[in-house]
Design a protein around this ligand. Structure first.
Ligand SMILES: *[C@@H]1O[C@H](CO)[C@@H](O)[C@H](O)[C@H]1NC(C)=O
Ligand SMILES: *[C@@H]1O[C@H](CO)[C@@H](O)[C@H](O)[C@H]1NC(C)=O
Ligand SMILES: *[C@@H]1O[C@H](CO)[C@@H](O)[C@H](O)[C@H]1NC(C)=O
Ligand SMILES: *[C@@H]1O[C@H](CO)[C@@H](O)[C@H](O)[C@H]1NC(C)=O
Ligand SMILES: *[C@@H]1O[C@H](CO)[C@@H](O)[C@H](O)[C@H]1NC(C)=O
Ligand SMILES: *[C@@H]1O[C@H](CO)[C@@H](O)[C@H](O)[C@H]1NC(C)=O
Length: 419
């Protein structure tokens, strides 16, 4: 049995295979800085890891799409608009930097289901993880040694190891002092070879942070860098709209990015970003009542319990034979006749249309719903013993339709349909 704390990253989707990047651009916009980065042009496979179970989600993907996630607070005093980019609607990255006076720039995977900041150490990159950027403490004047050992284990049995260090961490123009993070000096070769990020930015609650480390978000709040203890996500999934990938807003929200008012729901458990969903239905069929859902921008699809997946697939006309590399392939010509999926959250209905939940990779249409296990009885347990098989995981398919605000002061989530 692994120690509970090692499994926190387990909901993170790990992207494998190389991606090429181009286009680095930055511009100032109003009071915030928006950095537009990384247009990805290739991505073939995705691997996904969950707690206590190896889950590999391999997708054949071929579209190109850029996501710019930026950060800004609505009532900004100081606002960082940061760079996030989308890898084919399956993953979102942000560019940050470590150290000072010289900023050591790295690409970080965004993850709302973990709460630690991790970065490869430069020594590790040089010795055994080429093609990445790493952090070099000796090149920073603000480095403070800590040295506490750090270890995180994926459900896939992949283990990341390292030690804690403290330094300045910068996102957009928010410069966070004394941020403690893990310098990774051991990672699976496959992760080094096949992922295109240099670390992970955990946007989870401090309650799930490993090693008693204060999260970057908590630190931003404590240091007065953001006006409110919140962040929000606007994810653009329009493959042909390469210049607008979306935004990560630190410290606020932006009413121009959503319709109507935000519907707020308290967290049902203060660990993951987890809520109770009143009902989920597809067409006239009920899929669940008062079910638990976790928000995870680190997961590309919507993960549903096996009984619900069976109903969804029946409604979509999908059979097991349509499953290829872990995802269900659907005939694109059927998409327009598929039913809506309705999520009743906080007494409000949020609708996912077929174009929201079907991903179209240059003519290959993929269902946005998948399950954690093969639905053959394998149990996937969370570190606290909760049965993950009954858990819904709202991944990027959800964020593509719904603007979401995360409030770590009040422990609630606010949602509204995107504009
Ligand atoms: C995309 O990546 C795969 C795996 O890394 C590689 O085999 C393939 O040649 C790449 N395609 C392009 C167009 O770069
Ligand atoms: C960061 O740590 C240094 C050294 O301990 C201290 O002087 C400084 O005030 C700290 N900064 C913040 C914002 O806490
Ligand atoms: C290392 O960081 C942890 C988490 O912030 C802290 O509790 C611990 O006291 C630090 N240790 C040292 C030696 O600085
Ligand atoms: C996607 O982006 C393109 C280019 O900006 C735009 O013309 C098109 O209307 C967008 N599609 C949707 C569904 O918003
Ligand atoms: C899927 O994408 C292809 C080409 O990229 C396009 O021709 C087709 O209309 C799309 N189908 C749907 C259902 O969106
Ligand atoms: C059940 O799922 C596991 C894990 O994917 C797999 O190894 C096993 O072969 C499956 N069993 C059956 C009967 O399909």
């Amino acid at each position: 049995m692994q120690s509970a704390q090692k499994l926190e990253l387990a909901l993170t989707l790990v992207l494998i295979w190389g991606l090429t990047q181009s286009l680095v651009e930055s511009r100032r916009w109003q009071k915030s800085v928006q950095l537009k980065l990384h247009r990805e042009t290739n991505h073939s496979k995705v691997m996904e890891s969950f707690p206590s179970q190896k889950l590999r989600l391999k997708e054949k993907l071929s579209t190109t799409n850029e996501l710019v996630i930026s950060s800004a607070s609505a009532s900004d005093t100081s606002v960082a608009r940061d760079n996030l980019f989308n890898s084919h609607n399956t993953e979102y990255y942000v560019t940050g930097s470590f150290g000072s006076p010289e900023a050591q720039q790295v690409t970080l995977l965004m993850d709302t289901a973990s709460a630690n900041l991790l970065v490869y150490s430069s020594k590790f990159v040089t010795e055994s993880c080429s093609g990445h950027s790493g952090y070099s403490s000796s090149e920073s004047q603000t480095y403070q040694a800590n040295g506490t050992a750090f270890e995180i284990q994926y459900a896939s049995q992949d283990v990341l190891k390292g030690f804690l260090s403290t330094d300045t961490f910068t996102l957009g123009d928010l410069s966070l002092e004394n941020q403690t993070f893990a310098e990774i000096n051991s990672a699976p070769a496959a992760m080094c070879q096949q992922s295109n990020y240099d670390g992970i930015l955990g946007l989870g609650l401090v309650q799930i942070a490993l090693g008693g480390v204060k999260t970057p978000l908590e630190n931003m709040w404590d240091q007065g860098l953001i006006d409110e203890p919140v962040f929000s996500l606007y994810v653009n999934r329009n493959a042909s709209d390469a210049s607008n990938g979306g935004f990560l807003l630190l410290g606020g929200s932006d009413p121009t990015l959503y319709q109507g008012c935000l519907t707020y729901v308290p967290l049902s458990k203060v660990a993951f970003w987890q809520i109770t969903v009143g009902r989920v239905g597809i067409g006239s069929k009920n899929l669940c009542s008062n079910c638990q859902a976790i928000f995870d921008v680190g997961t590309s699809l919507i993960i549903v319990p096996c009984p619900a997946l069976k109903i969804i697939n029946k409604k979509l006309g999908l059979k097991e034979a349509d499953k290829k590399n872990g995802v269900y392939i659907i005939d694109c010509s059927k998409v327009s006749s598929l039913p809506n999926v309705v999520l009743n959250i906080g007494w409000k209905d949020f609708t996912l249309t077929p174009s929201d939940y079907i991903l179209n990779y240059s003519g290959t249409c993929v269902s946005g719903f998948s399950s954690l296990s093969d639905c053959n009885g394998t149990q996937a347990m969370m570190d606290d013993g909760e049965d993950l098989n009954s858990m819904w995981v709202f991944g990027d398919v959800f964020f593509g339709a719904i603007f979401t605000l995360f409030d770590f002061g009040l422990n609630l989530v606010g949602m509204a349909p995107k504009v």
